[in-house]
Design a protein around this ligand. Structure first.
Ligand SMILES: Nc1ncnc2c1ncn2[C@@H]1O[C@H](COP(=O)(O)OP(=O)(O)OP(=O)(O)O)[C@@H](O)[C@H]1O
Length: 721
């Protein structure tokens, strides 16, 4: 037996070094593996939260899946020459597939949660339709690749109703159609949209609520027949929820966003509408109500009260405060305890003296701004979601409307809208002044093109210099007012940023492995930029699209006009739709019901008949009544003169009976109480002449109610027939 070699008790130093080296390298390997694993975990978590995985098990399987390359080739690498439109969630390109088929390819903005949801929603709803409907734009397929989301639709040669109605056809630059829609086309489009909604509401199981009926979502085929498109905001009505409805998509979206923002809880599914009514006042309605006043100076005061009241409503609830305990800086203007108790607006208890003194001072404007400032960092989503669909940050249509109100109330002495005594003489100037700018606005309506400042310049040149001086003075006032407002906000922000910086610097004393540096860097850049902005305020100017930027001294820069703002708004078409087409009962995360579509249809009908936008704001002095299409049509109905609303471009070449039917029907659809609005089935019957229009409330009718009403109604019918 060989003797066993004993294990060396004291290993040699060489062995120890080798042992130590092996241990250290093994630990390092394990450590790096753990770190890599953690990094991988973090990376996948972060990226998953940005884009939720596409559900391949949905009805989408039946849709054609295109490859990115295929669509890239079809659209010539998404060339600008193939661009046919831009919406809130992405750009649309014309493309030709390998088989020669003409298609419209919608390339959704990447890294946008909203686009992602709209993409999924559109595919789920359109892809889930059991059979296609000729009144709905066909969804041909989609592509999900390399972080890109694309949807392929049938191509509609005459594009959208928005372009057909508002594009300046007399000017050939970028002209789409050389023809103004005649009455027959308009009536057919109204009927088509109504029938498309009838299909969605009555023939789909579960019913589909479109949720975004507006001219840019009505596409026209080669014969100008309409098809409804854009189901990004649509909802499926859940069975058994007839009374309250459920908004799955918004629940999901609000949930996600709340998770991100960590603020303001979404009310649980099943919360009755009434509980939301109290803290919600529709801004557009506030304008409508204000504008419908007959007396213009009274109207002014109403606008002032309502605007502020409405702002306070929105903001007080957004800020998470008790609705009735409005505890805002602008509280001196907003203490109506009962404001939210019903759908009718209750004006705040101001006496005229108080108001006139407010109107004449900047104090009022500052108060309005304070309400905003105070809450600008508060709730950004939820109810506020509709305002912020464009995702463009702080300035969107809320600012636009505020600006507009500001323009109406700020230089009260300058604004003839409020001045009854200037009356007809002013009106003469109105038409003279408005023409070139109006045209400019409409030219710029084309969503394909960026705003064209040259045309504004042209418009300016056409005006005589005297008028222009007065106008630019007025615009400058507006401009300055906004600047002051914004500077206030900026200085507040700068202070806030400073505090954050100090806190951050303190915090960064803790070992941070340089990870915080990138955040600090971007913050510092932002901070520097903000300070710069405040310092260089005299050389800065403000634009809704670009925010504050260095002043360029061109003539068009002086054009701080309603036209410019109106155009800015029209470039974010979804904002316009949102602002003026959305039903008052729908608050962004609420219960979207069929009657919300009916309300939007009502606005759409008025827009089609009149050829005007719902909120038509021009720099030129014009009656506020006319600026707001809905309130104007209500007041015309009240005075028995609804045909005044019909598009002047049609001259007398329209069917008067059909036109008054459409306007009355629209007014019925625009009733504030959803249950009073007609069902889509009835609307189609009314349009087809198979049913009589329901009795409109007294406020929309020149005739007295009850028995007398029916007599006068017969009379009207007789005169129409
Ligand atoms: N199938 C199509 N055929 C032809 N043109 C189209 C088609 N789909 C969209 N377009 C054009 O592209 C434009 C943008 O459409 P998109 O649906 O992206 O946005 P939108 O409806 O204008 O705004 P948002 O998506 O914010 O509601 C439309 O106004 C229309 O001119």
């Amino acid at each position: 037996m060989g003797s066993r070699q004993p294990f060396p008790q004291n290993p040699s130093p060489k062995t120890s070094i080798i042992f130590l080296a092996i241990t250290i390298s093994a630990s390092l390997i394990i450590l790096s593996a753990i770190l890599y694993f953690l990094y991988y975990l973090w990376y996948s978590l972060v990226h998953r939260s940005r884009t939720s995985p596409f559900d391949a098990t949905s009805p989408l399987n039946k849709l054609q899946r295109f490859s990115y390359k295929e669509l890239k080739n079809a659209t010539h690498n998404f060339s600008s020459s193939n661009s046919i439109g831009k919406g809130g969630s992405g750009s649309v390109f014309r493309g030709i597939l390998k088989d020669g088929k003409l298609v419209a390819v919608k390339l959704l903005d990447s890294n946008s949660l909203q686009s992602e949801h709209e993409f999924q929603n559109e595919l789920k709803i359109l892809g889930g339709l059991k059979y296609s409907c000729p009144l709905i734009v066909s969804l041909l397929g989609f592509c999900v690749e390399k972080g890109n989301r694309l949807v392929v639709f049938e191509y509609m040669p005459n594009r959208s109703l928005q372009e057909s109605l508002f594009f300046d056809h007399s000017n050939n630059v970028g002209s789409v159609n050389s023809l103004i829609l005649n009455w027959g086309m308009r009536f057919n489009i109204i009927l088509d949209v109504a029938m498309a909604l009838a299909f969605l509401h009555l023939e789909c199981e579960p019913p589909v609520i479109h949720g975004d009926v507006k001219p840019s979502n009505v596409l026209l085929d080669s014969e100008f027949r309409a098809k409804l498109s854009d189901f990004g905001l649509s909802r499926l009505k859940v069975e058994g929820e007839n009374e309250i409805g459920v908004d799955l998509f918004s629940q999901e979206l609000s949930g996600n966003l709340n998770a991100i923002g960590g603020e303001n809880e979404t009310p649980p599914i099943g919360t009755p509408i009434e509980s939301q009514e109290n803290d919600e006042v529709d801004f557009a309605l506030a304008l409508q109500a204000s504008a419908s006043s007959k007396n213009s100076s009274k109207m002014h005061r109403n606008a002032v009260k309502l605007a502020v009241n409405s702002l306070n409503f929105n903001f007080s609830s957004e800020g998470g405060n008790d609705v009735k305990g409005r505890n805002l800086k602008g509280k001196e203007l907003s203490t109506n305890e009962n404001s939210g108790e019903d759908w009718n607006f209750k004006f705040m208890p101001y006496n005229d003296d108080e108001l006139s003194s407010l109107e004449q001072s900047k104090e009022f404007n500052l108060n309005v701004a304070m309400v905003v400032d105070d809450n600008v960092g508060a709730k950004q989503w939820g109810k506020d979601w509709w305002w912020r669909q464009d995702g463009s940050g702080e300035l969107c249509s809320k600012d636009y409307v505020m600006e507009w109100i500001g323009s109406q109330i700020c230089p009260s002495s300058d604004n003839p809208d409020w001045d009854e005594e200037k009356g007809s003489a002013q009106d003469k100037n109105v038409s003279n002044n408005s023409t070139p700018l109006d045209k400019c606005e409409e030219m710029n309506e084309n969503p394909i093109q960026e705003p064209r400042f040259e045309c504004l310049n042209n418009g300016i040149e056409k005006e005589d210099s005297k008028k222009w001086k007065v106008r630019s003075k007025k615009h400058r006032k507006m401009h300055e007012w906004w600047k002051e407002e914004h500077l206030d906000e900026i200085s507040k922000k700068s202070k806030k940023t400073k505090r954050v910086r100090i806190w951050n610097n303190e915090r960064l004393k803790v070992p941070h492995f340089g990870l915080g540096k990138c955040f600090e860097f971007s913050r510092r850049r932002k901070f520097n930029h903000e300070n710069e902005t405040a310092d260089d305020q005299k050389n800065m100017e403000f634009s809704f699209r670009k925010g504050w930027r260095k002043k360029h001294h061109s003539r068009s820069d002086d054009l701080w006009s309603g036209d410019l703002f109106s155009r800015e708004l029209s470039s974010t078409t979804s904002m316009r739709g949102t602002l003026c087409y959305v039903a008052p009962e729908y608050s962004g995360y609420g219960y979207l019901m069929e009657k919300a579509d009916i309300y939007s249809l009502g606005v759409l009908i008025l827009v089609i008949v009149s050829g005007r936008r719902p909120l038509h704001v021009l720099a030129s002095p014009m009656k506020l009544e006319k600026a707001n299409l809905i309130s104007w049509s209500r007041s015309l109905a009240h005075s028995g003169n609804i045909l005044e609303l019909v598009d002047e471009r049609l001259k007398d070449e329209y069917n008067k009976e059909q036109a008054s039917l459409c306007i009355n029907l629209a007014l019925a659809c625009l009733q504030k109480m959803p249950e009073l609005r007609p069902d889509i089935g009835d609307i189609v019957k009314i349009l087809k002449g198979e049913m009589e229009i329901p009795q409109l409330p007294f406020e929309f009718s020149p005739s007295p109610p009850s028995k007398v009403f029916s007599r006068s109604r017969r009379k009207t019918k007789g005169s129409l027939g």
